[in-house]
Design a protein around this ligand. Structure first.
Ligand code: NAD
Ligand code: MG
Length: 396
């Protein structure tokens, strides 16, 4: 039985992970569930899944969870950064699902990597920020990192086994790969009038045509910053160059990404847009288990279509690709700026189209510097957040 920790247990990926565990109770046990503030959800998850430990990052939430959890469940409630690091590196833990949203996921995810765990990586922001340091830490500890993000999971599945065993250090050319084709639906505003975008509300932006996800990643899908972050994520996971990475808009979200080989072959991974498929793949790899997802019905799908991305409509995608070219300081800055601008949009403080303006203003200020440690990255992240907050005020 694999013992698991679920970081971000109360979120969308957390729920999908728990659903896959429910379908395979003999193979997976839960050591700890980790969340930020949502006590109501955590109480019901604890009652249903009986972890040994329930950790709330917010200390007040931990106090309230302790009061509300029936003591006969015998669940230990914890809070505090050190306690969280102890949880992910505990000797009894085999697998850590890294599904906290945003930069907050960096430290615990990296701790799981350092501890040599099997890390199922949903929290793309942590890799976007820490890039090379993350990959080096992975090699040092021997941690097995498996990509949960559906695109990266698809690419992983379409790569030869020798590349799957060498995440972060793939020699794509040697494997005969010419391109990685990162697909994206284009989100809810793919065909909206360009001059209507400024007035789009948070609820409209979060109404993804195919996927049901948390609000931050849903807004990122509407701006296509999500594809930009995934472009950077793919750069690190598959050791890919700019020339090897292409973004393809595929509105149906049936193909989750593709690998194009030198001989003209293209391998695609397909399925219904349900995160339980990549999650189950990562949990069981190299085996296969039931995920609870309906089999894909090609007669219902009918058509698959493809478009080139329009950078005029999706300036955030262009910004992230530019940041990827510039290097790790730029990707850290753009990620931090984007978290601030997206939150400001969700709080109705700026317009949808201001997200790209804030991000661009921050990216244009990046000074070349070398990031040698996680502390350097966290310092730059914090500075960039402050800077982005000033720009938010200007647009407010
Ligand atoms: P969500 O908003 O639904 O859930 C976020 C989780 O993170 C919650 O459990 C919350 O308690 C926790 N959290 C938030 N702030 C925290 C903090 N400061 N410290 C500790 N925990 C904190 O988000 P989601 O949609 O499940 O996405 C989670 C991650 O997975 C993101 O990085 C996202 O990009 C990635 N991802 C999500 C999907 C998807 O379909 N939802 C797909 C691919 C990748
Ligand atoms: Mg994705």
């Amino acid at each position: 039985m694999q013992k698991m920790v679920i970081l971000g247990a109360t979120g969308s990926i957390g729920s999908s992970t728990l659903s896959v565990i429910e379908s395979n109770p003999q193979a997976y046990g839960i050591y700890a569930l980790v969340a930020n503030t949502n006590v109501d959800k955590m109480v019901s998850l604890c009652e249903a899944h009986r972890p040994q430990v329930a950790h709330m990052v917010d200390s007040k939430a931990a106090v309230s969870l302790k009061e509300r959890l029936p003591s006969e469940l015998g669940i230990e409630v914890t809070t505090g950064e050190d306690q969280l690091l102890d949880i992910v590196s505990a000797a009894c833990v085999d697998t850590v699902m890294a599904a906290i949203v945003g930069a907050a996921g960096l430290v615990p995810t990296l701790a799981a990597v350092k501890a040599g765990k099997r890390v199922l990586l949903a929290n793309k922001e942590s890799l976007v920020m820490s890039g090379r340091l993350f990959i080096e830490e992975m090699q040092r500890s021997g941690a097995k990192v498996l990509p949960v993000d559906s695109e990266h999971n698809a690419i992983f599945q379409a790569l030869p086994e020798s590349m799957q065993d060498n995440i972060g250090y793939c020699e794509l050319e040697q494997a005969g790969v010419s391109h990685i084709l990162l697909t994206g639906s284009g989100g809810p505003f793919l065909t909206s009038e360009l001059d209507s975008l400024a007035a789009m509300t948070p609820d409209q932006a979060c109404k993804h045509p195919n996927w049901s996800m948390g609000r931050k990643i849903s807004v990122d899908s509407a701006t296509m910053m999500n594809k930009g972050l995934e472009y950077i994520e793919a750069r690190w996971l598959f050791n890919a160059t700019d020339e090897q990475l292409k973004v393809v808009i595929h509105p149906q979200s049936v193909i989750h990404s593709m690998v194009q080989y030198l001989d003209g072959s293209v391998l695609a991974q397909m399925g219904n847009p349900d995160m339980r498929t990549p999650i189950a793949h990562c949990m069981a790899y190299p085996q296969r288990i039931h995920s609870g997802v309906e089999p894909l019905d090609f007669f219902k799908v009918g058509q698959l279509s493809f478009l080139e991305p329009d950078f005029n409509r999706f300036p955030c995608l262009a910004l992230a690709m530019e940041a990827c070219k510039q290097g790790q300081e730029a990707t850290t800055v753009v990620n931090a700026a984007n978290e601030i601008s997206v939150q400001a949009f969700l709080d109705n403080r700026i317009k949808f189209t201001d997200i790209a303006r804030v991000n661009e203003a921050c990216l244009s200020q990046v000074a070349p510097q070398t990031l040698n440690s996680i502390e350097d990255i966290l310092t730059l992240d914090l500075q960039s957040r402050r800077y982005a907050a000033e720009w938010v005020k200007k647009f407010n």
